[in-house]
Design a protein around this ligand. Structure first.
Ligand code: NAD
Length: 487
C-alpha cells in the first residue's frame, strides 16, 4: 500500500497530554505546512498553571505506579511493548509527522520511526543491567554507590526530527525509572502527543509521559524553572541552551544535558575514495535539506583534488527533486518555515556580499512550499558569515588546504564542535585527526550515524554538555548516592 496521503484528511491530536488524557486547548501559534505553506491549525501555549498541573500529574504517577521501584525487568517489558506499538502504528504516526514537519513520509517509516522503536528497545535493556556497585573499602566497612532515578525529568525537543528527538529523550529517562514532562517544538508537536498516547495504549502507567505544548519563552521557561523538575534534557539551538542555563541558574540548581547546534567540517584528502566522499558529503547537506544538527556543512578538501570533488558534489546537489512530504517518493525536503528560509537566504546573500561565490543555488525555489535550492559556496575565509553561522539549511561551503596543519586549522570552529568527517585511506593520519579534531563525533570514510545506538552523541564547545544515545544517556538519567556502612 502506498504511504502517500492527502494532507487534508489527517486528524491531529491537538492538545496537551496530561495524566493519560488529551486536554484540548484553543488558540495559540498559527501553524503552516512547510510543503505548501497552508495554514492548518494552531499550537496551544501552556502557561505556568498548565505546566504546574502537568508536573504534579507526573509526580503522582511516579508515586502510584512506583515506576522507579518496580522490578527493573517490568520497565524493560513495558517499554518494549511501547516500541512494538510504535512500529505497528508507524504509518499513522508518519502521516501526522509528515503533515507538520519537513520529514518525507517514506523516510519516516523506513528511517526515523523504525530507528526510534529500536532505540527505545535499546534503552529498555539497560533497566535491568545497569545498577549500583559495591566498592573496595577496608574490612570494617561496606561501601556502595547506589544508583537511583531523579524523579521527574523535563525534556525539550526541536522541530527537525520530532519523533527521533522524542525517542532520544523518553527512552533513557523512562528506562532509568523517571517520569517525563516533554515540551516538543511549537512547530511540530503532534507526533510527540501521538507517541505519548501510544505509550498509555501499550500499558505504561498513566501520567508517566506528559506532553505540554507551547513556545520557549512561556512554556519552556516554566518547565525548566519548575522546582519539581529534577533534571533537564534539551535539544535545540545554542542560543536557547544558554537561555535555559540562565533560567535554571536564576531559579535553582539542576543537572542538564544540552544537545545544541553545529557547523561540522568534512575533511577530504587526495588519497580518499572521492566518489564515496562526494556521495556522503552531498547526502549530508541535502538530507532533510540540511536541517540536521550534525549536517557536514563545511567541505575542506586537499587542493589537488578540489575541482574533481567539487564537480562531483555539484552534480549530486543539482539532481535533487523537491516534493511535498506527503508523497512517498519525495527525497528533498522543504525548509520548516518561511522565516527560517528567509534567514538561510539572508546569510547566503551576506556571504556573497563578503566576497563568496555561489557555484550553485543561492535562491528560494519557485514553489508554494518553503523550498531552498541546494547551495555550494566557494571563496570563503574564516570570517565569512557562511562559515561562522549555523545556517541550518542546504548550504555547503568549500575551502582548500595543502598541509594537515592547514586542514586542522580550517576545521576548528570558534563556536561549535558537534561532529566532523574525515575521508582518507591513511591509517596513521586517521588516528592523528581523530585525536586532534575538536568535536564530539568523528566519522571516517562515512558521514552518518549507524544503527549502533551504543555510540553516544554530543558536542564539544558550545555544541553542548553531556550525551544523548549510548550508555551515557541512560546513566545521565540516574543519580548516585554513596553509602558507607560501618560493620
Ligand atoms: P530552538 O532552540 O529554537 O528550539 C528548540 C526547542 O527549545 C523548542 O521546543 C523551543 O520551543 C524551545 N525553546 C526555545 N527557547 C527556549 C527557552 N528560552 N527555554 C526553554 N525552551 C526553549 O531550536 P530549533 O530551531 O527548534 O532546532 C534547531 C536547532 O536544534 C539547531 O541549532 C540544531 O543544531 C539543534 N539540534 C541539535 C541536535 C543535537 O543533537 N545536538 C539535534 C537536533 C537539533
Amino acid at each position: 500500500m502506498s504511504l502517500s496521503f492527502d494532507p487534508n484528511t489527517i486528524r491531529l491530536p491537538v492538545g496537551h497530554f496530561i495524566g493519560g488524557e488529551l486536554i484540548p486547548a484553543e488558540g495559540g501559534i498559527e501553524m503552516r505546512r512547510p510543503s505548501d505553506g497552508k495554514s492548518y491549525t494552531a499550537c496551544p501555549v501552556a502557561g505556568v498553571d498548565v505546566v504546574d498541573r502537568t508536573v504534579e500529574s507526573a509526580k503522582v504517577a511516579l508515586k502510584t505506579s512506583n515506576w522507579g521501584g518496580v522490578r527493573p525487568r517490568e520497565r524493560t517489558r513495558a517499554l518494549q511493548a511501547w516500541a512494538d506499538l510504535i512500529e505497528a502504528e508507524a504509518e499513522t504516526l508518519a502521516r501526522i509527522e509528515a503533515l507538520c514537519s519537513t520529514r518525507p513520509v517514506g523516510q519516516l517509516v523506513a528511517g526515523d520511526i523504525a530507528i526510534t522503536a529500536e532505540q527505545i528497545r535499546f534503552f529498555a535493556e539497560f533497566a535491568d543491567k545497569e545498577g549500583s556497585e559495591l566498592v573496595p573499602t577496608d574490612d570494617a566497612n561496606l561501601g556502595m554507590i547506589m544508583s537511583e532515578p531523579y524523579g521527574v525529568v523535563g525534556a525539550i525537543t526541536p522541530w527537525n526530527f520530532p519523533v527521533s528527538m522524542a525517542g532520544w529523550k523518553l527512552g533513557p529517562a523512562l528506562a532509568a525509572g523517571n517520569a517525563v514532562v516533554l515540551k516538543p517544538s511549537e512547530m511540530t508537536p503532534f507526533s510527540t502527543v501521538y507517541i505519548a498516547q501510544l505509550a498509555v495504549k501499550a500499558g505504561l502507567p498513566v501520567g508517566l509521559i506528559n506532553v505540554v505544548l507551547g513556545d520557549g519563552p512561556t512554556t519552556g521557561t516554566a518547565l525548566t524553572g519548575h522546582p519539581d523538575i529534577a533534571k533537564i534534557s534539551f535539544t535545540g539551538s545554542s542560543r536557547a541552551g544558554s537561555a535555559i542555563m540562565e533560567n535554571v541558574a536564576r531559579t535553582g540548581v539542576k543537572p542538564m544535558t544540552l544537545e545544541l547546534g553545529g557547523k561540522s567540517p568534512q575533511i577530504v584528502f587526495a588519497d580518499a575514495d572521492l566518489d564515496r566522499a562526494a556521495m556522503a558529503i552531498a547526502g549530508s547537506v541535502t538530507f532533510n535539506a540540511g536541517q540536521a544538527c550534525v549536517a557536514g556543512t563545511r567541505l575542506i578538501v586537499e587542493k589537488r583534488v578540489a575541482d574533481r570533488l567539487t564537480a562531483s558534489i555539484l552534480e549530486r546537489m543539482k539532481a535533487v527533486r523537491p516534493g511535498p512530504t506527503w508523497n512517498e517518493a519525495t527525497q528533498y525536503s522543504p525548509i520548516i518555515s518561511e522565516r527560517q528560509r528567509a534567514r538561510i537566504d539572508s546569510i547566503v546573500k551576506a556571504a556573497v556580499e563578503a566576497g563568496a561565490e555561489c557555484l550553485t543555488g543561492g535562491n528560494v525555489m519557485d514553489s508554494p512550499g518553503y523550498f531552498y535550492e541546494p547551495t555550494l559556496i566557494a571563496n570563503v575565509d574564516q570570517a565569512n558569515p557562511a562559515i561562522i553561522e549555523e545556517i541550518f539549511g542546504p548550504v555547503l561551503t568549500v575551502q582548500t588546504f595543502e598541509t594537515e596543519e592547514e586542514a586542522l586549522a580550517l576545521a576548528s570552529h570558534p563556536t561549535y564542535g558537534l561532529a566532523s568527517g574525515l575521508f582518507t585511506t591513511d591509517l596513521s593520519r586517521t588516528i592523528r585527526f581523530a585525536r586532534k579534531l575538536e568535536a564530539g563525533t568523528v566519522w571516517v570514510n562515512r558521514y552518518s550515524r549507524s544503527r549502533d545506538h551504543i555510540l553516544p552523541t554530543g558536542g564539544y564547545k558550545r555544541s553542548g554538555i553531556g550525551k544523548d544515545l549510548g550508555r551515557d544517556s541512560y546513566l545521565a538519567n540516574r543519580r548516585t548516592k554513596s553509602v558507607l556502612i560501618s560493620l
